[in-house]
Each structure stands twice: as C-alpha cells, then as structure tokens.
Design a protein around this ligand. Structure first.
Ligand SMILES: [Zn+2]
Length: 284
C-alpha cells in the first residue's frame, strides 16, 4: 500500500508555491476577533478578516451596511467603540442590505425590529421567500436608485442589473470617496469557485466596469481584511480576461468527442458510438 510522503511535521509534502504576500493578509484582530478602521470621516469598516461590513455614524443615529453573521455581535461592539470615542449616539437607526445572501445579512436580526431596513425590491422578494428570521425583509425598497439621507449624510444606492446575485446593488458614498459593492472583486485575492458563485456570469464579468465608472478611492468588497483600490479592481479584470482568453483557446483546440464516445450510449452518443448532433454542436 502506498501513502503520500509525509513531511517531518506530519503534514503531507506539497509542491512549493509563492508565499501569500503580506498585502493579501488582514490587520491584527482585537481580543473580540474584529478590527474596525476609519474609511473616510465618519464612515467605518469592520472585519474579522473573512467578512467586512461598514457603518456610518451621524448625530441622528448609526447606519449599518450589511450584517454578516461571521462578524455578528462584533458589529455592535465596533459601533459602540467608535461612537463612544466620538461622543455620538450608538443607536442603530438604519440597516442597508447589499444583497439578500445569508452570509452577508444573517446578523440583521441582532439589531431588532425598530431599525429601518433598506434594500432592492428583489432583495425584499427573495427574503420574503426565504422566510429566514435572521434576515427580516427590507421595509424600504427601490427599483433603480435610492438616496438615503440620515443626519446630514448622503448615500446613493443603485441597481445596475444582476451579477453575483439578481439583487446585488452599488452603494456609493459620494462624500466619503467610497464605493461598497459586495462579492464581485475580492481585495487582493482571486474569486472563489464559479466566479464567486455568481448567478449571472456575464453580469459578473461586466460589473467591475460599472464599479469603476463611479468616482471613489476606497472600495469595500465585503470580504477579507482590507479595503480595495482601483488597481485591485483592474487586476481582477485582467485575471478574468486571461481566463476568458485561455478558455476560448482551449475550446478551439480540444475535441472531447472521444471521451463522450468511450463511455457508450448516453445523452451525448448515438447507439453506434458516434456523437449526437448537439454534442457536436457544443464543440463549435
Ligand atoms: Zn453573496
């Protein structure tokens, strides 16, 4: 019986790849397991180095943007820490949903029933369908654009078509030089499998152009520990373009017909072992 070579520390020997660069790693977390940073003025981002959400402090209350359950109660701790230090109210009055996914909104219910929840109309439809008590459906919805004004601050919400999810919106902070757009670009990392689990791949591929059409310096992408830059978005676009180009090249030079034929009669092969027309069509 053979087994993989085991290294001195009990871990299987693996090929050597370049180490993860420091810029791809997040900041040190505090004793509760979070890090909160000022993005610009009274806009803050909180992370556990896996997920990221944001909040805006105002004299009239705090607006939270996404409530990932990974960060959970630490969102409240971060809000208390910042508002306490600045002598502002820690009352959370509004919660904005970037999209309906549980991994970004599953801590919404921690903020109770008196919070005004805002999201795209499709977010509301999907959350009513999902009927998840941790993600109450938004009360205030919009189709294309919505301007949120709280305590003298302005946030522009916009839907420009489906991408990662059908309801994923662009959250622009025009007075904070920031765009929040979740689950498309992963700051300093490649997307996870199937282009970040996207439901509309063409929409996903086109979305970074829309993100770059806004003026901003700071980009909150929803994952990992740091803010993204315009260069990060450009590198992401180049990465996706490379995949697209190499896929086209591979499809033009690989003929999978022998593989279909080898496994006998099936959906892709006639009884005599030749490829069915639609299988042949798939190769062109
Ligand atoms: Zn998502």
């Amino acid at each position: 019986m053979t087994s993989p070579d085991i290294g001195a520390n009990g871990v299987p020997d693996l090929p050597e790849y370049a180490p993860v660069p420091p810029i791809a790693k997040g900041p040190a977390l505090n004793e509760h397991g979070y890090h909160v940073r000022q993005v610009e003025r009274n806009l803050y981002a909180v992370t556990d180095n896996v997920y990221m959400s944001a909040f805006l402090t105002t004299p009239e209350g705090v607006v939270i943007f996404d409530a990932p359950p990974n960060i959970g109660h630490n969102i409240r701790r971060a809000v208390d820490e910042i508002t306490g230090a600045n002598g502002l109210t820690n009352q959370v009055t509004h919660l904005v949903y970037s999209h309906h996914h549980a991994d970004h909104q599953g801590a919404s219910s921690l903020f109770g029933g008196d919070v005004v929840r805002i999201g795209h109309e499709e977010t509301r439809r999907l959350l009513l369908r999902d009927d998840d008590p941790t993600r109450p459906a938004p009360d205030v919805t919009f189709a294309d654009q919505y301007t949120l004004e709280v305590g003298g601050e302005r946030v522009e919400l916009a839907w420009h078509g489906p991408n990662h999810s059908p309801d994923n919106i662009y959250i622009h902070f025009p007075d904070h030089d920031t765009l929040m757009f979740i689950d498309v670009v992963n700051a300093g990392w490649v997307p996870i499998y199937n282009v970040n689990l996207s439901e509309d791949v063409q929409g996903y591929i086109a979305a970074p152009d829309t993100a770059l059409s806004y003026p901003w310096t700071h980009f909150i992408c929803g994952h990992l520990g740091r803010l993204a830059t315009r260069d990060d978005v450009a590198v992401h676009q180049q990465y996706i373009a490379d995949i697209e180009a190499s896929s086209r090249e591979a499809l033009a030079s690989v003929d999978p017909t022998p593989f279909y034929m080898r496994y006998g009669e099936n959906a892709w092969v006639w009884r005599d072992g030749t490829a069915r027309p639609w299988a042949a069509y798939r190769l062109t």
